[in-house]
Design a binder for this molecule. Structure first.
Ligand code: NAD
Ligand code: TDX
Length: 334
Protein backbone atom coordinates (compact mmCIF):
# COMPACT_ATOMS: atom_id res chain seq x y z
CA UNK A 1 0.00 0.00 0.00
CA UNK A 2 1.14 3.55 -0.78
CA UNK A 3 0.09 5.99 1.91
CA UNK A 4 -0.03 9.76 2.03
CA UNK A 5 0.24 10.90 5.63
CA UNK A 6 -0.39 14.59 6.37
CA UNK A 7 1.10 16.10 9.53
CA UNK A 8 3.46 13.14 9.89
CA UNK A 9 6.16 15.22 11.57
CA UNK A 10 3.98 15.95 14.57
CA UNK A 11 3.38 13.84 17.65
CA UNK A 12 0.83 11.20 16.63
CA UNK A 13 1.71 11.29 12.92
CA UNK A 14 5.38 10.48 13.54
CA UNK A 15 4.52 7.62 15.88
CA UNK A 16 2.06 6.34 13.25
CA UNK A 17 4.59 6.46 10.38
CA UNK A 18 7.18 4.57 12.43
CA UNK A 19 4.55 2.01 13.46
CA UNK A 20 3.40 1.44 9.85
CA UNK A 21 6.84 1.21 8.23
CA UNK A 22 8.04 -1.26 10.85
CA UNK A 23 4.88 -3.38 10.76
CA UNK A 24 4.34 -3.53 6.97
CA UNK A 25 7.58 -4.17 5.03
CA UNK A 26 5.84 -3.55 1.67
CA UNK A 27 4.25 -0.21 2.51
CA UNK A 28 5.50 3.14 1.23
CA UNK A 29 4.71 6.42 2.95
CA UNK A 30 4.90 10.02 1.81
CA UNK A 31 4.70 12.52 4.65
CA UNK A 32 3.33 15.95 3.69
CA UNK A 33 4.04 18.38 6.52
CA UNK A 34 4.43 22.13 6.68
CA UNK A 35 6.75 21.91 9.70
CA UNK A 36 4.91 24.43 11.82
CA UNK A 37 6.12 25.02 15.39
CA UNK A 38 4.77 21.52 16.21
CA UNK A 39 6.32 19.69 13.27
CA UNK A 40 9.82 18.45 13.94
CA UNK A 41 11.99 16.45 11.52
CA UNK A 42 13.80 15.04 14.58
CA UNK A 43 10.65 13.05 15.35
CA UNK A 44 11.49 10.77 12.39
CA UNK A 45 15.28 10.99 12.31
CA UNK A 46 15.68 7.24 12.91
CA UNK A 47 13.71 6.36 9.78
CA UNK A 48 14.23 9.36 7.51
CA UNK A 49 16.59 7.40 5.24
CA UNK A 50 14.31 4.40 4.81
CA UNK A 51 13.85 3.94 1.06
CA UNK A 52 10.11 3.42 1.64
CA UNK A 53 9.73 6.83 3.31
CA UNK A 54 9.56 10.19 1.58
CA UNK A 55 9.12 13.66 3.02
CA UNK A 56 7.58 16.68 1.30
CA UNK A 57 7.62 19.98 3.11
CA UNK A 58 4.35 21.63 2.15
CA UNK A 59 1.13 23.21 3.30
CA UNK A 60 -2.18 21.37 2.93
CA UNK A 61 -3.72 24.78 2.20
CA UNK A 62 -1.78 24.98 -1.07
CA UNK A 63 -3.78 23.17 -3.72
CA UNK A 64 -0.85 22.95 -6.14
CA UNK A 65 1.35 21.26 -3.54
CA UNK A 66 -1.37 18.80 -2.59
CA UNK A 67 -1.97 18.08 -6.27
CA UNK A 68 1.69 17.24 -6.90
CA UNK A 69 1.72 14.82 -3.96
CA UNK A 70 -1.57 13.25 -4.99
CA UNK A 71 -0.38 12.81 -8.57
CA UNK A 72 1.92 10.11 -7.17
CA UNK A 73 -1.30 8.15 -6.71
CA UNK A 74 -1.33 7.06 -3.08
CA UNK A 75 -3.91 4.37 -2.26
CA UNK A 76 -4.98 6.10 0.93
CA UNK A 77 -4.64 9.33 2.89
CA UNK A 78 -4.29 9.42 6.65
CA UNK A 79 -4.93 13.03 7.58
CA UNK A 80 -3.35 14.20 10.84
CA UNK A 81 -2.25 17.72 9.83
CA UNK A 82 -3.90 20.27 12.10
CA UNK A 83 -3.44 23.00 14.60
CA UNK A 84 -3.88 20.88 17.72
CA UNK A 85 -3.55 22.91 20.92
CA UNK A 86 -6.68 24.28 22.62
CA UNK A 87 -4.90 27.15 24.42
CA UNK A 88 -3.46 28.43 21.15
CA UNK A 89 -6.93 28.39 19.58
CA UNK A 90 -8.16 30.61 22.42
CA UNK A 91 -5.23 32.95 21.84
CA UNK A 92 -6.03 33.10 18.09
CA UNK A 93 -8.44 30.91 16.11
CA UNK A 94 -7.25 32.06 12.69
CA UNK A 95 -4.83 29.23 11.86
CA UNK A 96 -7.27 26.67 13.29
CA UNK A 97 -10.05 27.66 10.93
CA UNK A 98 -7.68 27.82 7.98
CA UNK A 99 -5.71 24.61 8.52
CA UNK A 100 -8.32 22.40 10.14
CA UNK A 101 -11.31 23.34 8.00
CA UNK A 102 -10.02 24.82 4.74
CA UNK A 103 -6.96 22.52 4.70
CA UNK A 104 -9.16 19.45 5.14
CA UNK A 105 -11.35 20.70 2.31
CA UNK A 106 -8.34 21.00 -0.02
CA UNK A 107 -7.42 17.38 0.75
CA UNK A 108 -10.97 16.14 0.29
CA UNK A 109 -11.17 17.79 -3.15
CA UNK A 110 -7.84 16.25 -4.16
CA UNK A 111 -8.93 12.84 -2.83
CA UNK A 112 -12.09 13.12 -4.93
CA UNK A 113 -10.18 14.19 -8.06
CA UNK A 114 -7.72 11.29 -7.77
CA UNK A 115 -10.40 8.77 -6.72
CA UNK A 116 -8.61 7.82 -3.51
CA UNK A 117 -9.50 4.39 -2.10
CA UNK A 118 -9.47 5.47 1.53
CA UNK A 119 -9.50 8.79 3.43
CA UNK A 120 -8.88 8.39 7.15
CA UNK A 121 -9.75 11.64 8.88
CA UNK A 122 -8.14 11.94 12.33
CA UNK A 123 -10.55 13.71 14.63
CA UNK A 124 -10.93 14.05 18.37
CA UNK A 125 -13.26 13.31 21.26
CA UNK A 126 -13.39 17.08 21.87
CA UNK A 127 -15.97 17.45 19.08
CA UNK A 128 -18.62 16.02 21.45
CA UNK A 129 -17.98 18.66 24.09
CA UNK A 130 -18.07 18.02 27.82
CA UNK A 131 -20.09 15.43 29.72
CA UNK A 132 -20.61 15.01 33.45
CA UNK A 133 -22.11 11.54 33.13
CA UNK A 134 -21.51 8.59 30.85
CA UNK A 135 -19.39 8.38 27.70
CA UNK A 136 -20.22 9.74 24.24
CA UNK A 137 -21.17 7.37 21.45
CA UNK A 138 -20.39 7.94 17.77
CA UNK A 139 -24.01 8.90 17.09
CA UNK A 140 -24.16 11.67 19.71
CA UNK A 141 -24.50 15.26 18.60
CA UNK A 142 -21.42 17.45 18.32
CA UNK A 143 -21.18 20.30 20.80
CA UNK A 144 -17.60 21.56 20.68
CA UNK A 145 -16.47 24.19 23.17
CA UNK A 146 -13.17 25.66 21.98
CA UNK A 147 -12.29 27.16 18.59
CA UNK A 148 -9.96 24.15 18.18
CA UNK A 149 -12.74 21.65 18.85
CA UNK A 150 -15.24 23.44 16.64
CA UNK A 151 -12.74 23.57 13.76
CA UNK A 152 -12.26 19.80 14.13
CA UNK A 153 -16.04 19.26 14.27
CA UNK A 154 -16.46 21.32 11.10
CA UNK A 155 -13.83 19.23 9.33
CA UNK A 156 -15.54 16.01 10.46
CA UNK A 157 -18.83 17.17 8.97
CA UNK A 158 -17.14 18.28 5.77
CA UNK A 159 -15.44 14.89 5.43
CA UNK A 160 -18.74 13.13 6.09
CA UNK A 161 -20.48 15.25 3.43
CA UNK A 162 -17.88 14.12 0.86
CA UNK A 163 -18.81 10.54 1.70
CA UNK A 164 -22.55 11.18 1.41
CA UNK A 165 -22.46 13.39 -1.68
CA UNK A 166 -19.51 12.03 -3.66
CA UNK A 167 -19.10 8.49 -2.25
CA UNK A 168 -15.60 9.42 -1.11
CA UNK A 169 -14.46 6.48 1.09
CA UNK A 170 -14.06 8.49 4.29
CA UNK A 171 -13.56 6.92 7.74
CA UNK A 172 -13.22 9.05 10.87
CA UNK A 173 -11.49 8.30 14.18
CA UNK A 174 -12.23 10.33 17.31
CA UNK A 175 -9.65 9.61 19.95
CA UNK A 176 -9.21 10.78 23.50
CA UNK A 177 -6.10 12.54 24.86
CA UNK A 178 -2.94 10.87 23.61
CA UNK A 179 0.33 10.70 25.53
CA UNK A 180 3.70 9.19 24.68
CA UNK A 181 7.10 10.01 23.15
CA UNK A 182 7.62 13.01 20.82
CA UNK A 183 4.67 14.96 22.24
CA UNK A 184 5.26 18.70 22.07
CA UNK A 185 5.88 20.04 25.59
CA UNK A 186 2.87 22.36 25.55
CA UNK A 187 0.41 19.49 26.14
CA UNK A 188 -0.40 18.78 29.77
CA UNK A 189 1.53 15.61 30.66
CA UNK A 190 4.54 16.55 28.51
CA UNK A 191 4.64 20.05 29.98
CA UNK A 192 4.34 18.66 33.51
CA UNK A 193 7.11 16.07 33.11
CA UNK A 194 9.56 18.49 31.49
CA UNK A 195 8.80 21.18 34.08
CA UNK A 196 9.56 18.75 36.91
CA UNK A 197 12.83 17.70 35.24
CA UNK A 198 13.67 21.43 35.01
CA UNK A 199 12.73 21.80 38.70
CA UNK A 200 9.80 24.05 37.79
CA UNK A 201 6.20 23.97 39.00
CA UNK A 202 3.28 22.43 37.12
CA UNK A 203 0.59 25.00 36.20
CA UNK A 204 -2.75 23.40 37.04
CA UNK A 205 -5.82 25.08 35.57
CA UNK A 206 -8.81 25.95 37.78
CA UNK A 207 -9.52 23.44 40.54
CA UNK A 208 -7.51 20.71 38.82
CA UNK A 209 -10.51 18.39 38.73
CA UNK A 210 -11.15 18.34 34.97
CA UNK A 211 -11.15 14.76 33.73
CA UNK A 212 -9.44 13.38 30.61
CA UNK A 213 -9.25 9.80 29.29
CA UNK A 214 -5.58 9.11 28.50
CA UNK A 215 -4.65 6.92 25.53
CA UNK A 216 -1.12 5.72 24.86
CA UNK A 217 -0.14 6.96 21.41
CA UNK A 218 0.92 3.53 20.11
CA UNK A 219 -2.47 2.10 21.07
CA UNK A 220 -4.01 4.90 19.01
CA UNK A 221 -1.65 4.09 16.11
CA UNK A 222 -2.93 0.50 16.17
CA UNK A 223 -6.51 1.76 16.19
CA UNK A 224 -5.84 4.02 13.18
CA UNK A 225 -4.07 1.13 11.42
CA UNK A 226 -7.16 -1.04 12.09
CA UNK A 227 -9.60 1.59 10.84
CA UNK A 228 -7.45 2.26 7.76
CA UNK A 229 -7.68 -1.41 6.76
CA UNK A 230 -11.06 -2.49 8.11
CA UNK A 231 -13.17 0.57 8.97
CA UNK A 232 -16.51 0.82 7.19
CA UNK A 233 -16.89 3.75 4.82
CA UNK A 234 -18.81 6.72 6.18
CA UNK A 235 -18.38 5.52 9.77
CA UNK A 236 -16.92 7.15 12.85
CA UNK A 237 -14.89 5.14 15.38
CA UNK A 238 -14.26 6.38 18.91
CA UNK A 239 -10.87 5.45 20.37
CA UNK A 240 -10.17 5.77 24.08
CA UNK A 241 -7.74 4.40 26.63
CA UNK A 242 -10.23 3.79 29.42
CA UNK A 243 -7.91 5.76 31.72
CA UNK A 244 -10.05 8.55 33.13
CA UNK A 245 -8.31 10.71 35.71
CA UNK A 246 -8.80 14.22 37.09
CA UNK A 247 -5.77 16.36 36.24
CA UNK A 248 -4.76 16.59 39.90
CA UNK A 249 -4.44 12.78 40.03
CA UNK A 250 -2.12 12.84 37.03
CA UNK A 251 -0.02 15.49 38.76
CA UNK A 252 0.11 13.41 41.94
CA UNK A 253 1.34 10.39 39.97
CA UNK A 254 4.00 12.47 38.23
CA UNK A 255 5.21 13.99 41.51
CA UNK A 256 5.43 10.48 42.92
CA UNK A 257 7.33 9.10 39.90
CA UNK A 258 9.77 12.02 39.83
CA UNK A 259 10.25 12.27 43.60
CA UNK A 260 8.78 15.76 44.06
CA UNK A 261 6.32 17.12 46.62
CA UNK A 262 3.11 19.17 46.35
CA UNK A 263 4.98 22.47 46.43
CA UNK A 264 5.56 21.82 42.71
CA UNK A 265 1.84 22.38 41.99
CA UNK A 266 0.82 25.90 41.03
CA UNK A 267 -2.90 26.50 40.69
CA UNK A 268 -3.40 29.04 37.91
CA UNK A 269 -6.33 30.80 36.28
CA UNK A 270 -8.68 28.41 34.49
CA UNK A 271 -8.78 27.99 30.70
CA UNK A 272 -11.81 29.86 29.28
CA UNK A 273 -14.55 27.41 28.25
CA UNK A 274 -12.59 24.57 29.90
CA UNK A 275 -14.40 21.27 29.27
CA UNK A 276 -15.00 19.43 32.53
CA UNK A 277 -14.85 15.88 31.33
CA UNK A 278 -14.24 13.94 28.12
CA UNK A 279 -15.27 10.31 27.80
CA UNK A 280 -15.91 8.10 24.78
CA UNK A 281 -17.69 4.78 24.44
CA UNK A 282 -15.32 2.50 22.49
CA UNK A 283 -17.69 -0.47 22.12
CA UNK A 284 -17.88 -0.06 18.33
CA UNK A 285 -14.17 -0.44 17.53
CA UNK A 286 -13.81 -3.19 20.15
CA UNK A 287 -16.76 -5.25 18.92
CA UNK A 288 -16.20 -4.77 15.18
CA UNK A 289 -12.44 -5.32 15.12
CA UNK A 290 -11.34 -6.57 18.54
CA UNK A 291 -9.15 -3.49 19.02
CA UNK A 292 -8.26 -2.65 22.61
CA UNK A 293 -5.49 -0.70 24.27
CA UNK A 294 -2.51 -2.91 25.14
CA UNK A 295 -0.57 -0.77 27.57
CA UNK A 296 -1.49 -0.14 31.20
CA UNK A 297 -1.63 3.57 32.00
CA UNK A 298 0.97 3.53 34.78
CA UNK A 299 3.45 1.47 32.76
CA UNK A 300 3.07 3.72 29.70
CA UNK A 301 3.38 6.82 31.87
CA UNK A 302 6.69 5.50 33.29
CA UNK A 303 7.92 4.88 29.73
CA UNK A 304 6.95 8.42 28.77
CA UNK A 305 8.78 9.89 31.77
CA UNK A 306 11.88 7.83 30.91
CA UNK A 307 11.71 9.01 27.29
CA UNK A 308 11.71 12.68 28.33
CA UNK A 309 14.52 12.00 30.81
CA UNK A 310 16.60 10.33 28.09
CA UNK A 311 15.79 12.81 25.31
CA UNK A 312 16.46 16.21 26.80
CA UNK A 313 18.19 17.22 23.57
CA UNK A 314 14.79 16.84 21.88
CA UNK A 315 12.67 19.02 24.18
CA UNK A 316 15.05 21.53 25.80
CA UNK A 317 15.60 23.54 22.58
CA UNK A 318 11.85 23.62 22.04
CA UNK A 319 11.13 24.96 25.51
CA UNK A 320 13.92 27.50 25.54
CA UNK A 321 13.28 28.89 22.06
CA UNK A 322 10.21 29.23 19.91
CA UNK A 323 7.92 27.91 22.59
CA UNK A 324 8.44 30.94 24.80
CA UNK A 325 8.57 33.32 21.83
CA UNK A 326 5.14 32.22 20.70
CA UNK A 327 3.46 32.77 24.02
CA UNK A 328 5.42 35.82 25.07
CA UNK A 329 5.98 37.04 28.61
CA UNK A 330 2.74 35.79 30.11
CA UNK A 331 3.86 32.17 29.88
CA UNK A 332 7.57 32.49 30.50
CA UNK A 333 7.34 30.51 33.72
CA UNK A 334 5.96 27.42 31.94
P1 NAD B 1 0.79 18.05 16.48
O1 NAD B 1 0.44 19.48 16.73
O2 NAD B 1 1.85 17.39 17.29
O3 NAD B 1 1.18 17.85 14.94
C1 NAD B 1 0.51 18.47 13.88
C2 NAD B 1 1.36 18.33 12.63
O4 NAD B 1 0.63 18.91 11.53
C3 NAD B 1 2.69 19.04 12.72
O5 NAD B 1 3.73 18.22 12.23
C4 NAD B 1 2.51 20.27 11.84
O6 NAD B 1 3.72 20.73 11.24
C5 NAD B 1 1.53 19.73 10.79
N1 NAD B 1 0.76 20.81 10.16
C6 NAD B 1 0.06 21.80 10.77
N2 NAD B 1 -0.48 22.61 9.86
C7 NAD B 1 -0.16 22.11 8.64
C8 NAD B 1 -0.44 22.50 7.31
N3 NAD B 1 -1.17 23.60 7.06
N4 NAD B 1 0.04 21.76 6.30
C9 NAD B 1 0.78 20.66 6.54
N5 NAD B 1 1.10 20.25 7.79
C10 NAD B 1 0.63 20.97 8.82
O7 NAD B 1 -0.59 17.27 16.61
P2 NAD B 1 -0.91 15.81 17.18
O8 NAD B 1 -1.09 15.89 18.64
O9 NAD B 1 0.06 14.84 16.60
O10 NAD B 1 -2.35 15.59 16.53
C11 NAD B 1 -2.49 15.01 15.24
C12 NAD B 1 -3.95 14.95 14.87
O11 NAD B 1 -4.64 14.17 15.86
C13 NAD B 1 -4.65 16.31 14.84
O12 NAD B 1 -5.56 16.31 13.76
C14 NAD B 1 -5.40 16.37 16.17
O13 NAD B 1 -6.54 17.17 16.05
C15 NAD B 1 -5.73 14.92 16.39
N6 NAD B 1 -5.88 14.50 17.81
C16 NAD B 1 -4.88 14.72 18.71
C17 NAD B 1 -5.01 14.26 20.01
C18 NAD B 1 -3.94 14.46 21.03
O14 NAD B 1 -4.16 14.13 22.20
N7 NAD B 1 -2.77 14.94 20.69
C19 NAD B 1 -6.18 13.59 20.39
C20 NAD B 1 -7.20 13.40 19.45
C21 NAD B 1 -7.02 13.84 18.14
O1 TDX C 1 -0.63 23.75 31.68
C1 TDX C 1 -1.68 23.09 31.65
N1 TDX C 1 -2.40 22.90 32.82
C2 TDX C 1 -3.56 22.21 32.87
O2 TDX C 1 -4.17 22.07 33.95
C3 TDX C 1 -2.21 22.52 30.44
C4 TDX C 1 -1.48 22.69 29.13
C5 TDX C 1 -3.38 21.81 30.52
N2 TDX C 1 -4.05 21.66 31.68
C6 TDX C 1 -5.30 20.88 31.71
C7 TDX C 1 -6.32 21.26 30.67
C8 TDX C 1 -7.00 19.95 30.38
O3 TDX C 1 -8.02 19.71 31.34
O4 TDX C 1 -4.93 19.53 31.39
C9 TDX C 1 -5.91 18.91 30.56
C10 TDX C 1 -5.27 18.48 29.26
O5 TDX C 1 -4.92 19.65 28.55
P1 TDX C 1 -4.22 19.59 27.08
O6 TDX C 1 -2.99 18.75 27.14
O7 TDX C 1 -4.11 20.98 26.59
O8 TDX C 1 -5.28 18.73 26.26
P2 TDX C 1 -6.83 18.97 25.90
O9 TDX C 1 -7.21 20.40 26.00
O10 TDX C 1 -7.62 17.98 26.72
O11 TDX C 1 -6.81 18.55 24.34
C11 TDX C 1 -6.02 17.41 23.91
O12 TDX C 1 -6.84 16.28 23.72
C12 TDX C 1 -7.65 16.25 22.58
C13 TDX C 1 -5.21 17.70 22.66
O13 TDX C 1 -4.44 18.87 22.84
C14 TDX C 1 -6.07 17.82 21.44
O14 TDX C 1 -5.27 17.96 20.27
C15 TDX C 1 -6.90 16.59 21.32
O15 TDX C 1 -7.82 16.74 20.27
Amino acid sequence: MNLLVTGGSGFIGSNFIRHMLNKYPGYRIINLDKLTYAGNPANLRDIENYPRYGFVRGDILEEAVVDVVMSRRPDAIVHFAAQSHVDRSIHSAHDFVRTNIVGTHVLLEAAKKYKIERFVHISTDEVYGSTDEGPFRETDILKPSSPYASSKAASDLLAFSFFKTFNLPVVITRSSNNFGPYQYPEKFISLAITNLIEDKKIPLYGDGRNVRDWLYVLDNCEAIDTVLHKGREGEVYNVGGGNEYPNIDIVTMLLDELGKDESYIEYVEDRPGHDRRYAVDTTKIREEFGWQPKRSFREALRDKIAWYQNNEDWWRPIKSGEFLDYYGKQYQNI
